[in-house]
Design a protein around this ligand. Structure first.
Ligand SMILES: CSC[C@H]1O[C@H](OP(=O)(O)O)[C@H](O)[C@@H]1O
Ligand SMILES: Nc1ncnc2[nH]cnc12
Length: 378
């Protein structure tokens, strides 16, 4: 049944291939000539639009009619968007290129789409569970996702997540911009760029008291609220998200316990994503969309995938509407290093790393410089 439902809601699977092809604007060679500012390189050498065009035709993504590149030298990409369940692409903004990046921590969940907002700002989008939703929450390559976005120059991430509601007043289809997190993951996900792998001998303790960026959170809340003001739903903020391991949903006893702990909503994805963004010195905000009442309501059936899917379609439509406004609004808060949302986090890890650089192995240094270019340079 799960498969059948996934098939129904998945935007690619549920549509004919001809529809998919035509949903992306075609860029003729002529149009590409009219974008002189977009310069791409492959292995450091500049390549022409004709080469990009030829390359892209060789890939499976040619049906999207956007070039596939391995690095980006076009306009700055200050904002990253991570799409969650149901949000495998952004329909409301214009894709201009696709980037395949490999990081010291592997490849991201999906190729990264560079897309243009209505105000012509370039943002990077990736699908957390992959475009075919084939990656379980416990298996999401969070380090690669965050490192790839940071490497592209991203200063803030707007993440989307489908969540269960632990409160009567948060109804399915409501939006929540949470302010706190309770960690109920089970230690099976790597949750730090430090202390593991090549970076085993590097100790760092990032501050995480306010897990979401407190400058951007109220701005995102106000923008989402005004964008959806005519919709029959409520936008909440100042709530706590419980992040559980999954993939199974909670028992009724667990769901009731999370309520006594102060949990308001529950998902399986915000961690370690938010922790890794903090270590990468990227401001992070979550837009959560409620899909169900989890398992705490005595008279209601406990959540199942069918219930989640039912809300998901409306949530995805509303999320696409929200992105048309919120991306440019966030951009205006991060377009210079003097803005509080950038200033507050830039260089913050300089004061969190305990290990002196002379004790760090060369490989660990080069890996960490992919993320934090200033690391061990002095
Ligand atoms: C599809 S129900 C459970 C699944 O949905 C949420 O995913 P995401 O946060 O990526 O939207 C939740 O965290 C679980 O991974
Ligand atoms: N009830 C729930 N528990 C965990 N993650 C979810 N994502 C959507 N609904 C959820």
């Amino acid at each position: 049944m799960t498969c059948a439902l996934a098939w129904l809601v998945h935007p690619f699977l549920s549509r004919k291939s001809s529809e998919i092809r035509s949903s992306y604007p075609r860029q003729s060679n002529h149009m590409l000539h009219r974008l002189p500012k977009l310069r791409h390189t492959i292995f450091g050498s500049p390549i022409s639009y004709h080469q990009i065009r030829r390359l892209s035709l060789r890939t499976q993504h040619r049906r999207m009619s956007i070039p596939t590149v391995t690095s980006w030298t076009g306009p700055p990409i200050l904002l990253g968007v991570i799409g969650g369940s149901g949000l495998y692409k952004l329909d409301s903004i214009t894709p201009v290129a696709e980037i395949s990046i490999t990081t010291p921590w592997g490849s991201p969940s999906s190729p990264i789409t560079i897309a243009k907002t209505p105000a012509d700002n370039h943002v990077a989008f990736l699908a957390r569970h992959g475009r075919n939703h084939a990656i379980l929450p416990s298996n999401v390559p969070n380090l690669a996702n965050i490192a790839a976005l940071k490497h592209l120059g991203v200063k803030a991430i707007l993440a989307f997540s489908a969540v269960g509601s632990l409160r009567e007043e948060i109804a399915p289809k409501d939006f929540v911009i949470p302010s706190q997190i309770i960690d109920r993951t089970k230690g099976i996900r790597r949750s730090s760029f430090f202390g593991f792998g090549e970076e085993e001998s590097v100790v760092a303790h990032a501050g995480f008291g306010d897990p979401f960026d407190e400058t951007l959170r109220p701005i995102v809340y106000e923008t989402v609220k005004s964008t959806l003001s005519s919709h029959p739903l409520t936008v909440h903020t100042g709530k706590t998200v419980v992040c559980m391991e999954g993939p199974q949903f909670s028992t009724r006893a667990e769901s009731l316990m999370y309520r006594t702990w102060g949990g308001d909503i529950i998902n399986m994805s915000v961690l370690p994503e938010a922790k890794l963004a903090r270590e990468a010195e990227i401001s992070y905000v979550l837009i959560a969309t409620a899909t169900d009442y989890d398992a705490w309501r005595p008279a209601s059936a406990a959540v199942n995938v069918a219930e989640v899917m039912e809300s998901l379609k409306a949530n995805v439509e509303a999320s696409n509407l929200v992105t048309t406004k919120v991306l440019d609004r966030i951009w205006s808060e991060i377009d210079s290093d003097d803005k509080p949302a950038v200033k507050g986090i830039k260089d913050s890890m300089r004061f969190s790393i305990m290990t002196r650089s002379e004790f760090v192995a060369d490989k660990a240094k080069s890996n960490l410089r992919f993320l934090l270019p200033w690391f061990a340079q002095e």
